[in-house]
Design a protein around this ligand. Structure first.
Ligand SMILES: [Zn+2]
Length: 225
């Protein structure tokens, strides 16, 4: 199962986005025209709602509004690989509601799991930073950069098993301005949680830099097989 769209897909999408550029908001899942709402009624009803918390030894606690299946998987790939930003407002509002439900009063600042500089150059944006910024809109705050990815390791999706994924991310993140991390409680945002190895490593680095607490929030969680 490849995450990358084919050349023809990309070409079609590029033409598509040109013709759509000046038109009103569309449902990020089915493309139907919308008014002020962020998703159409039938796609909203069909969303694979997760609204749950998972606990693990390394990352502590992670919550997400959605499961990484069907339409959510496609929408996240559209965002990451086809530069389709139409779902950002919806994703941000779902994540903000999820954070309020599970973590109300439990954090002082929002931060994110960054991509490497090389990936950033290639992709042109950092999807988790965009998600963090989107969920912060209603709170009138700006996400705080706390981590930098200093090693461009192989993608986690290319590796099987939690132990291999943990080894792959070990030492790949460095804290940015530890004095601004010390004593603060963070909401750590990422797009997707699969094994939790990446979140676990980021939580470890933030705690080592003196963070008082870290709770994790992703847009989606991969269901266990
Ligand atoms: Zn729809």
């Amino acid at each position: 199962m490849s995450d990358k769209p084919s050349f023809l897909d990309s070409l079609n999408d590029a033409l598509d986005s040109v013709t759509r550029f000046f038109y009103p908001r569309r449902c990020p899942f089915c493309g139907v025209g919308l008014g002020k709402e962020l998703v159409c009624d039938s796609c909203r009803a069909a969303l694979p709602r997760c609204d749950t918390q998972i606990r693990g030894a390394y990352y502590g606690v992670v919550s997400a509004p959605l499961w990484y299946t069907g339409p959510v998987r496609k929408a996240l790939m559209d965002l990451k690989f086809r530069r389709r930003m139409g779902g950002l407002d919806l994703f941000g509002s779902l994540m903000a509601a999820c954070a309020k439900q599970w973590y109300d009063g439990a954090f002082d600042a929002v931060t994110w799991v960054p991509v490497s500089a090389k990936r950033l150059r290639k992709r042109g944006f950092d999807q988790s930073r965009l998600l963090a910024a989107s969920l912060c809109v209603d709170w009138h705050v700006m996400p705080q950069e706390t981590l930098r990815k200093v090693v461009d390791n192989p993608p986690q999706s290319s590796l099987r098993g939690t132990e291999r994924r943990r080894a792959n991310v070990l030492g790949t993140y460095r804290p940015v301005r530890p004095e601004a991390i010390r004593g603060r409680r963070f909401l750590l945002v990422d797009d997707l949680m699969t094994s939790g190895a990446t979140l676990g490593e980021c939580v470890r680095v933030l705690r080592e830099a003196g963070a008082a607490d870290v709770v994790c929030l992703t847009l989606a969680i991969t269901p266990r097989e």
